[in-house]
Design a protein around this ligand. Structure first.
Ligand code: FES
Length: 153
């Protein structure tokens, strides 16, 4: 098994790369496409730093093979802002100080976007449950929940 040509649709544009079939979506983004906004924490599905949206649903990109994401719409943190206008969730994280070191923030925000979109932010408890797969070593959880709840309205 050698490298193969992959075409991925990322943030609305098709990108092609040549990679081994075992390359994860996370490594494809970071190492092959310079989309380093998506972070690698544990690399085995425990921390959520690598969260992206695939067809609108959140996934841990470290557990997803790039080859399996072909034909799907991938959204990363780089795809949320429209020009100079931040996504409302990005604005809310800024307003509520939903981070400290910031390493987990891209993954938190991608999870948070899915949380609101899928209707899992109707209470603080429900929000915390949905967001529990995204670890924050700085303990910014109360501020993260406040940001998500504000966007949920
Ligand atoms: Fe994917 Fe931690 S790097 S869950």
């Amino acid at each position: 098994e050698g490298p193969t040509d992959l075409t991925l649709r990322i943030n609305g544009a098709a990108r092609t790369l040549r990679a081994e079939p075992r390359v994860t979506l996370l490594d494809a983004l970071r190492e092959y496409m310079d989309l380093t906004g998506t972070k690698k924490g544990c690399d085995h599905g425990q921390c959520g730093a690598c969260t992206v949206l695939v067809d609108g649903r959140r996934v841990n990109s470290c557990l997803t093979l790039a080859v399996m994401a072909q034909g799907k719409e991938i959204t990363t943190i780089e795809g949320l802002a429209k020009g100079d206008d931040l996504h409302p969730m990005q604005e809310a994280f800024l307003k509520h100080d939903g981070f400290q070191c910031g390493y987990c923030t891209p993954g938190q925000i991608m999870s948070a976007v899915a949380c609101v979109k899928e209707g899992h932010a109707t209470s603080d408890a429900q929000c915390r449950e949905w967001m529990s797969g995204n670890l924050c070593r700085c303990g910014a959880y109360p501020n993260i929940v406040a940001a998500v709840r504000e966007v949920a309205g």
